[in-house]
Write a protein that binds this ligand. Structure first.
Ligand SMILES: O=C(O)COP(=O)(O)O
Ligand SMILES: [Mg+2]
Length: 218
């Protein structure tokens, strides 16, 4: 039996279109032009404060407004975070299979806890998870290892696996001393080889078997 913790954005769900819509609403209110999806995807990974910082730099907005625009983004995104967000293909079946195999599952995301909880519930993912650590659950976010430690502590299993899509996830896992499995179809910026990883996969259909193979090697 293993504890398997998943990242959320770009790993379990393709959430960038709702993040883009909220960011562009906030940019419009600030008098700035909108971002295309590819640009928004490059800003995702560190949570809302770094996303807003990068957006503001790109639009030459004064950083004195950062806290106010972050607060507005939390508000706007919090009101509409599931309209355009989709679960990646095969995720639900894979989670059911993993639970059936006796594994315990959690989520560790840099997204604030409230929208993360809402997304899990609205998209039918909540019943599979026993733990959720969000970007504002602790005082620090990934790549700090503390959120991962907190997620695994809540699950209590000897073997820990962390599944994510980004540089932030790979680094948090490395610092936490946990095996990292890279989902290659998310919002990563670097080539797959650049991220420290135990294994990688591009489709959830293959994921439960990958976990069994890794556990057999432990
Ligand atoms: O909200 C973000 O920027 C990243 O969220 P994630 O940690 O679920 O990928
Ligand atoms: Mg992610």
């Amino acid at each position: 039996m293993a504890a398997i913790v998943f990242d959320l954005d770009g790993t379990l769900v393709d959430s960038a279109p709702d993040i883009q819509a909220a960011l562009n609403d906030v940019m419009a209110e600030a008098g700035a032009t909108p971002f295309d999806l590819a640009s928004v995807i490059r800003f995702i990974g560190g949570g809302i404060p770094p996303l807003m910082e990068q957006a503001m730099q790109a639009r030459d907005l004064p950083m004195a407004q950062h806290a106010a625009l972050v607060a507005r983004m939390v508000e706007v995104y919090g009101a509409e975070s599931t309209e355009r967000t989709r679960v990646f293909p095969g995720v639900i079946a894979a989670l059911g299979q993993l639970r059936g195999q006796g594994h315990v599952l959690g989520v560790c995301t840099n997204k604030p806890e409230a929208p993360a909880r809402h997304i899990l519930a609205a998209l039918g993912l909540a019943p599979y998870f026993d733990v959720l650590i969000g970007g504002d659950t602790l005082a620090v976010k990934k790549p700090d290892p503390a959120p991962l430690h907190a997620a695994f502590a809540g699950l209590g299993a000897e073997v820990s696996l962390y599944v994510g899509d980004s540089e932030f996830d790979a680094e948090a896992a490395r610092r936490a001393g946990v095996d990292f499995l890279l989902f290659t179809e998310g919002y990563r910026k670097s080539p797959v080889e650049a991220l420290p990883q135990r294994a990688r996969f591009d489709a959830y259909e293959a994921f439960p078997e990958l976990v069994e193979t890794l556990l057999a090697a432990v």
